[in-house]
Design a protein. Structure first.
Length: 316
């Protein structure tokens, strides 16, 4: 029987889907001429980070760093090859593979993290500032933290909603839905056909959208332990707590995925699933096909890497 390798998830890219396995990540992109091109970025094992991957909370920060680097790599590739002539992507993929290690460490990691942190700062500092404006009316640490949390969640949901109305983001969210449907179909144990995938949910407990909402919810509880006055100190504390907030949100995301089949505890992940109603859209059959092809290509390459590693170990 064929060994089933673990699936760690994926993400939507420009006119395509990225799927991540144990050893590699693969993106399938449908070009304007309807041909499909693939891009692979094998996962690099950074020994300096191996120890930190085992530490709760801290491992979430490591995961964010790695996913930001890999995700940016695939997103850049998809945006570059979508409009190019067939055949050009071959050279581009080879060039990308040769420079993958250096770019991941220096360029893409920095770009991904800076972009993520910039957005995190905006969604952290703006609600704190707005809540402080209401202090003459709504005062006290508890009231201010609750008001700030309300503004933060409303800002996040409102931003996602209005972004989802644009044609470009709508298509991206459709591919996001295709990604989830394919993974849900695979995890249910049925064959990966367009008809089968279409029947499954576009929501998934491991989604990054859930992670972002969890950071907003967890931050509310963290803020109860630090002062809200003066405003400058309040903002400093908010920034200082971002790493802890991200790490705890990662642990909550893992927990909700583990208990999703337990009748009572599965409700823990529902807030994240509700946000996914905005960040995912129902895909068409062509988008589902791309999700399936990305998934199957990832599994094929993942299995090949594992077999190669087994042979090396046997020789040694």
């Amino acid at each position: 029987m064929e060994k089933i390798l673990p699936i760690y998830g994926g993400q939507a890219v420009i006119e395509g889907v990225m799927m991540g396995g144990k050893y590699t990540t693969v993106t399938a992109v449908r070009r304007k001429d309807q041909s499909v091109t693939y891009f692979e970025a094998p996962k690099k094992e950074f020994r300096s980070l191996k120890f930190f991957r085992k530490i709760p909370v801290i491992r979430g920060i490591v995961a964010i760093i790695e996913s930001s680097a890999i995700g940016t790599k695939h997103l850049n590739y998809s945006s570059e090859v979508f409009e190019e002539e067939p055949g050009a992507e071959v050279t581009k993929e080879e060039e990308a593979k040769k420079s993958f290690h250096l770019e991941t460490v220096i360029g893409l990691t920095a770009l991904g993290i800076i972009s993520f942190l910039f957005a995190k700062f905006i969604f952290t500092l703006v609600p704190a500032f707005v809540a402080s404006l209401f202090e003459p009316i709504i005062s006290g640490d508890v009231a201010q933290v609750l008001l700030e949390g309300f503004f933060k969640i409303m800002l996040l949901v409102g931003y996602v909603y209005f972004v989802s109305l644009t044609p470009i983001m709508k298509r991206l969210f459709q591919y996001h839905g295709a990604e989830h449907k394919v993974i849900n179909t695979f995890e249910s144990g049925v064959a990966l056909t367009v008809a089968n995938v279409r029947k499954h949910s576009r929501l998934h407990y491991r989604c990054g959208s859930s992670f972002i909402l969890f950071t907003a919810i967890i931050s509310i509880f963290l803020y109860f332990f630090v002062p809200t006055e003066p405003l400058l100190l309040r903002l400093v504390y908010r920034i200082a707590l971002i790493p802890l907030d991200l790490g705890l949100a990662y642990e909550i995301l893992k927990l909700t995925n583990k208990v999703r089949h337990i009748p009572v505890l599965k409700w823990l992940g529902y807030p994240g699933l509700w946000v996914q109603l905005l960040t995912t859209k129902e895909p068409d059959d062509n988008q589902i096909e791309i999700g399936i092809r990305a998934f199957e290509e990832m599994r094929r390459r993942d299995s090949a890497i594992e077999k190669e590693q087994v042979l090396v170990q046997q020789v040694l």
